[in-house]
Ligand binder design. Sequence first.
Ligand SMILES: Cc1ncc(COP(=O)(O)O)c(C=O)c1O
Length: 453
Amino acid sequence: MTAPDSTSPPPSLSAVRVAAAVRHAVAAGLLGESSPVAGFVDTEGVRDSVAALHEAFAGAPGVLHTFAAKAAPLVPVLRLLAKCGMGCEVASPGELRISLDAGFAPSKIVLDSPVKTRDEIRRALALGVALHADNLDEVDRIAALRPSDAVSAIGLRVNPQVGGGSVGAMSTATATNGVALRDPGARERVMEAFAARPWLSRLRAHVGTQDCSPELNVAGIGETYRLAEDINSRLGRPQITCLDIGGGLPVDVTTDTVRPAFAAYATALRGAVPGLFDGRYGLVTEFGRSLMAGNSLIGARVEYTKEAGGRRIALTHAGTRTATRTVFTPDAWPPRVGAFDADGLPKAGPALVQDIAGPCCFGGDVVAPARELPELRAGDYVVLSDAGAYLFSTPWACASLPRPAVYGFGTAPGAGQDGLTVRFAPVRDAQSLDSIAAESGLAHADALLEPDA
Ligand SMILES: Cc1ncc(COP(=O)(O)O)c(C=O)c1O
């Protein structure tokens, strides 16, 4: 692995480290017959990515980098990020709770779920976390609940409507999200809201995740900046003091590097919107995928192989349950897949076209169709790269399949055939069958048998 510098993209998980992690995980029994699927987080890679982000924006005064908790809602991961100096962007009461458990100071948390209840708003205000309203009705709701001595910074999410990316469902600057700025009268209404609420001090825009190009993100941020300038100049006071520019830096899932790097993105942003960096505005970022995806993998045992309908299929334990978005939008961000043998060593041999299927019973539970890989056999492992954002961290409980365990790992020089030792730390236990039963209402098993039910 090459050392990161300020101009090259931060390295993702290299093949050497993946190979070491897989081999040592198999040797340690973290992957095996009775633990056939697990997620792994490269803690050193995460630290490198956070450092690259901070370095990229080092020239911007007053910047708070928050991690979009939805990308990896795992307390130990969040705590690692907090220790690395990150803040946290949360979009639900659950994420707020785990961000506090992880140790983020309320002043470094931003709550911006699109649909907040009054109770959620009250709690955020009591804690002093920043709040971003999703619409003007929510601004009114916050106004009614906000005590005059509130310390929470309060902003408004606007939608610059610069357009969607390649996956419409994941884009947020299309016609209908947030306060849609190009709708007739919308800018005027936003202006009036700021004029009426002197404590409204932020604008926020997030353009999309993964499918949106950096250029589209920069365009959306530029629109938001110009709106802030307009509002401040029409009000004749610097009321907007901070811009939240969201996340959305896409990850190149075809290689081992995070491209474009944070440095390239910050440079593009500085070129297009220099006023963002001149000290008049604080900045908040909300990157998720670009910090986590490349620094992680899913390992899954091949339980059987078969030929059906003219296709060669490896039946594994990774599918929709661990890679929901991947399976349902197969063309959007197909994962890289590696083939490893029963000892966790990379497989060699002529490539065969194989489907990598999951354990659900529907025909579409294929996490990687038609991949050219050395022939997979029962007992081998497949490794899915770029899996640490929105995949194993946010499993789908279809068919009551248990959530897989997640481990962090670090490597160090050591003895052994790959010259590395690998230390694993538990991040999340595999879900037990007792836990599945409890989540399935076991405590209320007789509830529907009561005469009045
Ligand atoms: C509001 C908001 N902020 C930040 C993010 C993080 O985006 P990404 O993981 O692409 O950086 C998302 C992702 O959907 C989001 O909806």
